[in-house]
Design a protein around this ligand. Sequence first.
Ligand SMILES: Cc1cc2nc3c(=O)[nH]c(=O)nc-3n(C[C@H](O)[C@H](O)[C@H](O)COP(=O)(O)OP(=O)(O)OC[C@H]3O[C@@H](n4cnc5c(N)ncnc54)[C@H](O)[C@@H]3O)c2cc1C
Length: 367
Amino acid sequence: MEAEGGAVHPSKGTICTAYSSYRTTGHFNLSQFDIECYKSVAEKMCKESGVNLIYHMLFVGCDTENGKVTAAYYATQAGIYKISAKVFVDCSGDAVIAKASGVEMQYGNEEGHKQSATLFFTVTGVDKAEMDAYMIPAETMEKRFYMDVIKEARAKGEFPSNRAKIQLFEAINGEWLVNMTQIDDVDAYSSEEVTAAEMEGREQAVGIIEFLKKYVAGCKNIKLSKTADQLGVRESGHIIGEYVMTVADAVDSYRYEDSVFCCSNSIDIHTPNGVTYVARNTNEPYYFPYRSLIAKEFDNLLVAGRCASTESEIMAAIRVMPPCFAMGQAAGTAAAIAAVDGVKTKEVDVPKLVCTLKKDGVYLPEV
Ligand SMILES: Cc1cc2nc3c(=O)[nH]c(=O)nc-3n(C[C@H](O)[C@H](O)[C@H](O)COP(=O)(O)OP(=O)(O)OC[C@H]3O[C@@H](n4cnc5c(N)ncnc54)[C@H](O)[C@@H]3O)c2cc1C
């Protein structure tokens, strides 16, 4: 993607650039990419690897028999489409296959609260020179996130969101991404709630743009370019799998016998009252166990992504894109081993899985 001009290498998106939202601590080293370039590169890679892609299919149900998922059904314009497979990998974010199969699930945290959702939007017309002139000399993170400005606007009733910070990221096509709307406790399984949340997000976007124009350096002439195609759901249901990864595991960087990748995102929990962070006891990366991808009730069902088997608090960290990619790779590799070796997903030879992942480039340092 970088070669095609569709991505910024992380080394260039580092601290105090518009790509990193001018952060100097925490969540920087962002790798911005162009969405259209991503689509074409991803499709090319799938074609080259022999993946049979089919879009426009909505999962609507499945069959199970003797501890196995035997078929999944999808609604298409041509009617209901049936897929049979030796092993299923549910990467739906919401664990829709696992849920329909009757796998034990937890929705949100222990009290059932889901982390807040956001409808991203993009704007054009940011005056980058003006924004740089304000941001680059700014010394405190409060100023870089315009927290003082928010306070002032909120006192006048002119800040239309519950967020505590302004998060504007430069994209690579002249647009800027705005991560600022907040819609709380949305049930991602309810079409009514998701629709209402998307409408609420679009309404908030209009007010946020008015606020940005009036209060934020470089934003006087911005225009809404696009709101996201769908609501950004941070949390819905997680399976209770063979192992439930805990926040304590990550805090102490616990190394499991079946670790399949490692990751390092901060543990940032989005609540209605703002983002809270869980401190870790070490700067080492933390690990993710294969067992947290296994639906314990079935011999041939894995999940990957934010619906993996973890406590809600650590889902806040492993839900980001790099761990989700790594989970997909681990689950896909395990599914292939299970299918070829004719074994249950629980019986996959873990050293063989880890060795294959490492051979395919997964970073898993020895300890
Ligand atoms: C507001 C917000 C900000 C974020 N910021 C960052 C960030 O800065 N950095 C970062 O790395 N990550 C970030 N993330 C996290 C990241 O984008 C997602 O959490 C991650 O993509 C989740 O991956 P996933 O594979 O589990 O699910 P998804 O990427 O949501 O993929 C699930 C797929 O399954 C499909 N699907 C669902 N149900 C069905 C069905 N019934 N039938 C057919 N298909 C179905 C969906 O259409 C979708 O294509 C952010 C997320 C949000 C919401």
